[in-house]
Design a protein around this ligand. Structure first.
Ligand code: GLN
Length: 328
C-alpha cells in the first residue's frame, strides 16, 4: 500500500496554512532572554524539504532566528553518532519528563538520569559527552559542523543572542551543577553549559531547518548535498525522542492532535519530521505558555492534517512526483 506526495499539493497546502494563520496574534515572544523579546512578532515562515532536495517555502523563510531548543536534536544525534544510541540511553535517558524544559524538579525526581537529551538537563549532559573530551573549541567545532552538515549550509552563532543568554542563564547554571552532583556531566560542567548556550544561540532560517528535517527523514542523507551525515539506524531513535518530548509538557497533546514528531524552540521555530517523506519547519516568535510557537504549531497542524502525514496512519508515501490512490 503506497501513497505518493504531490509537490504542487504540498506547495498549495503551505500557502493555505500561511494564509489561515498569518493574522493570529495570540502568544508572546520569549521574554526571559532579552534578545528574543525584541524580535518582530509578526515574522512568519513555513518551509518543506522533500527527499529529492526540492524546497518549498512561504513567508519569511530566509530570516535567521535563534535555533534555541531545536538545537537539542542535532546534539543528541551527534552524541548517538559518536557513541551509540544505547550509550546515550544509559548515560542520559529517553523518557518524557512531563515538566517544563528547564525543570529542576524533573532532575530531582529522576536523579539517576537527566531523562532525555531534548530537555535542558539532558541537552547540557549531551554537550558534555561530545568528543573530543576536555577541549571546548574542538567540541564546539564538532557541533557546529554537524549542524551545518544537517542543513547543507553553514550556520553560525548570533553573537548578540549568545551574550544575552549568557547574561541570564542562571537556571541552566543550577542544572549543570546539579547534574554534576549526580555524575551525569561527562566533562567540565561550566564548559558543557557554555557549549549548550552557544548552540542555542545559533542563527538558522526556516529553510535550513526544513532541510535538517529532510536529512533526518532521509535516514542521514542530506537531500541537498547527497552526503551521509549520520548512521541510518539513528533516524528512528531521534524521531522517537522528538515524538516523546518535543513539546515538553504538551508533547502528548501535540502528538495526539497531529501525529507529527517535532521539536520546538523558544526562538519560535519548530522542526517536524515525517520519516522517509518530508522535513517540515515553521517559525513565528510568539509562544504559548510552554514556550512553543503558537502560529508555527497551527500551521504545521494544518499541513499535517491536510496532507495526511500523521505517522500513526496507515498511508505510506514514497515519491513526490504524482499523487495516486492509497488502495493497494
Ligand atoms: N536557551 C533556552 C534555554 O535554555 C532554550 C529553551 C527552549 O528553546 N525551550 O532556556
Amino acid at each position: 500500500m503506497i501513497k505518493k506526495l504531490d509537490k504542487q499539493l504540498v506547495a498549495d497546502t503551505l500557502r493555505q496554512a500561511y494564509e489561515r494563520c498569518k493574522s493570529n496574534t495570540e502568544g508572546k515572544n520569549a521574554n526571559y532572554i532579552p534578545y528574543l523579546a525584541n524580535i518582530p512578532s509578526d515574522l512568519f515562515g513555513i518551509a518543506a524539504a522533500l527527499p529529492d532536495g526540492e524546497i518549498i517555502t512561504v513567508g519569511d523563510t530566509d530570516y535567521r532566528f535563534g535555533i534555541e531548543s531545536v538545537s537539542k536534536v542535532p546534539t543528541a544525534l551527534l552524541a548517538m553518532n559518536q557513541y551509540s544510541g544505547r550509550e546515550v540511553l544509559e548515560k542520559i535517558g529517553a523518557d518524557a519528563t512531563g515538566l517544563p524544559f528547564n525543570s529542576i524538579m524533573a532532575i530531582l525526581l529522576e536523579k539517576d538520569h537527566p531523562s532525555t537529551p531534548l530537555v535542558n538537563a539532558g541537552a547540557i549532559s549531551a554537550c558534555s559527552m561530545i568528543k573530543p573530551q576536555g577541549d571546548a573549541n574542538s567540541k564546539w567545532q564538532s557541533i557546529i559542523n554537524f549542524i551545518s552538515e544537517l542543513t547543507g549550509s553553514q550556520v553560525e552563532v548570533i553573537e548578540e543572542l549568545y551574550q544575552s543568554e549568557t547574561a541570564t542563564n542562571f537556571n541552566n547554571k543550577s542544572i549543570a551543577w546539579l547534574l554534576k552532583n549526580y555524575d551525569r556531566i561527562y566533562d567540565d560542567p561550566d564548559m558543557a553549559l557554555d557549549i549548550y548556550t552557544r548552540q542555542c544561540s545559533i542563527g538558522i532560517t526556516t529553510q535550513q531547518l526544513a532541510v535538517m528535517g529532510a536529512t533526518i527523514a532521509n535516514r542521514g542523507i542530506n537531500p541537498l548535498t547527497g552526503r551521509c551525515v549520520f548512521k541510518a539506524e539513528l533516524a528512528p531513535k531521534i524521531i522517537s525522542m522528538m515524538a516523546t518530548v518535543g513539546f515538553y509538557e504538551h508533547s502528548g497533546n501535540w502528538l495526539f492532535s497531529t501525529g507529527l514528531p517535532a521539536k520546538t524552540g523558544v526562538g519560535g521555530g519548530i522542526l517536524g519530521v515525517v520519516p522517509n517523506i518530508i522535513g517540515l519547519a515553521a517559525f513565528a516568535p510568539p509562544l504559548d505558555d510552554s514556550g512553543n510557537s503558537v502560529k508555527a504549531q497551527q500551521a504545521l497542524s494544518y499541513i499535517v492534517g491536510h496532507l495526511n502525514l500523521n505517522i500513526f496512519e496507515n498511508g505510506i508515501y514514497c515519491n513526490m512526483d504524482q499523487k495516486v490512490s492509497i488502495e493497494a
